[in-house]
Design a protein around this ligand. Structure first.
Ligand code: PMP
Ligand code: GLN
Length: 383
């Protein structure tokens, strides 16, 4: 025990809800539809490529910005998908995961007192990342229950101190996606301002019902003021790999790399060598939308036998549901109770609001095997 005191940089933060709910799921042997990770195997071809890279001696540090053939493959993919020409040498940095890419982008830009517009519910790392940098989160609620952005509200919150807008589409936890109308509104709002956009696009391929993913990279006027963050964990069902990348214009990237080089320096080399080859297989990522749409639809059909009211999910591998026909408990109490009593772990959506707003909604991850979804739905039908 030390008697020395540290003044917390994150006094309001405890253990993340993902750790709490996964811990409870293990303790109570519950089906875990809480934390977002697949329970089916990743591509054997990709794991074989990693072992091959290791056997072939790719076991030392990669260059600080990432393995060049991987950055070239990423640039090719971005060009193919979004018709956007990205320089692999100066505009792409490989990172240990999407969360790290976001943190580094925020740390690169934010000065004490800067305001950052952030939507709630929102992925739980955003606000702590803002606060740890001495900046100020300006929270705007997405409109319940569609979880759309009210752009008029955004306009009202913009001040001379607004430095950044943080976007996430497809959206965790709600499965909402940005539409072209949203992009047009965003364009109008930011033109002639110094506002920087950080766009979290880790679920870029998991979009349903023939809707097009509105990557910021499709829009050159927006891309020139943006950091866009991606995750290989989400792309190839390997969340434990913690690999991702950040795309930003050259002057932004060179500042980003100053922060990155003294934090992580470079990422796991054999995985990068393997991914450089595997990214050439377009089908592996182009098929993801229909793969997860089938799971969403299957889960929705199973959930008809329960008293949950399912909300819409247009992307990501999450879907939210109201439980007001079942209970009036708080969402945290409800999530903990159903994990313990019925053996299904979920995430209470209040965890994605800094003030704990509770609309009595929980989040399910449907990125699971069919038998896992069946077992969960059968248990949920007994509530
Ligand atoms: N953003 C969102 C919205 C996410 O859901 C996740 C996955 N947890 C991440 C970023 C981070 O991805 P990674 O696991 O690569 O850090
Ligand atoms: N992205 C995942 C989720 O939202 C897990 C993130 C985490 O465990 N930090 O469930």
């Amino acid at each position: 025990m030390s008697h020395l005191q540290i003044r917390s940089k994150l006094p309001a933060v405890g253990t993340t809800i993902f750790t709490v709910m996964s811990g409870l799921a293990t303790e109570y042997k519950a089906v875990n539809l809480g934390q977002g990770f697949p329970d089916f195997p990743m591509s054997a071809e990709l794991t074989a490529l990693v072992s091959e890279a290791m056997s072939n001696g790719y076991n030392q540090y990669s260059p600080m910005p990432g393995w060049m053939p991987l950055r070239e493959a990423i640039a090719e993919k971005i060009d193919f998908l979004y018709n956007s020409s990205i320089n692999p040498d100066t505009e792409i940095t490989v990172t240990p995961g999407g969360t790290y890419a976001l943190y580094t982008a925020l740390t690169t830009v934010l000065q004490a007192g800067d305001e950052v517009i952030v939507f709630e519910p929102g992925y739980d790392s955003y606000i702590p990342n803002i606060i740890v940098n001495g900046a100020i989160p300006v929270r705007i609620d997405l409109q319940f229950p569609e979880y759309k952005i009210n752009w008029e509200k955004v306009r009202q919150q913009i001040t001379p101190k607004t430095r950044m807008i943080l976007l996430n589409s497809p959206h965790n936890p709600t499965g909402a996606v940005l539409r072209e109308e949203d992009i047009q509104q965003l364009r109008k709002l930011v033109q002639n301002t110094n506002i920087i956009i950080v766009s979290d696009e880790v679920y870029e391929h998991i979009v349903f019902d023939n809707v097009k993913h509105q990557s910021i990279l499709r829009y050159p006027d927006l891309a020139q003021r943006s950091f866009v963050c991606f995750s290989f964990g989400k792309l190839y069902h390997c969340t434990g790999w913690k690999l991702g990348y950040c795309i930003a214009p050259e002057p932004f990237t060179s500042e980003f790399r100053k922060v990155h080089q003294f934090n992580c320096f470079s990422c796991h080399t054999p995985s990068q060598v393997a991914l450089a080859t595997f990214l050439g297989n377009k089908d592996a990522y182009l098929s993801l939308g229909s793969f997860f749409q089938q799971k969403r639809d299957y889960f929705l059909q199973l959930m008809k036998n329960t008293r949950f009211t399912m909300l819409d999910s247009k992307g990501s591998y999450f879907i939210c549901a109201q439980y007001d026909r079942i209970s009036d408990e708080s969402d945290k109490e409800f999530a903990i109770r159903i994990t313990k009593e019925f053996g299904v772990a979920v995430i209470p959506v209040s965890a994605f609001y800094q003030d704990g707003t509770d609309n009595k909604v929980v989040r399910f991850c449907f990125g699971k095997k069919e038998e896992t979804l069946e077992m969960a739905a059968e248990r949920l039908s007994r509530i």
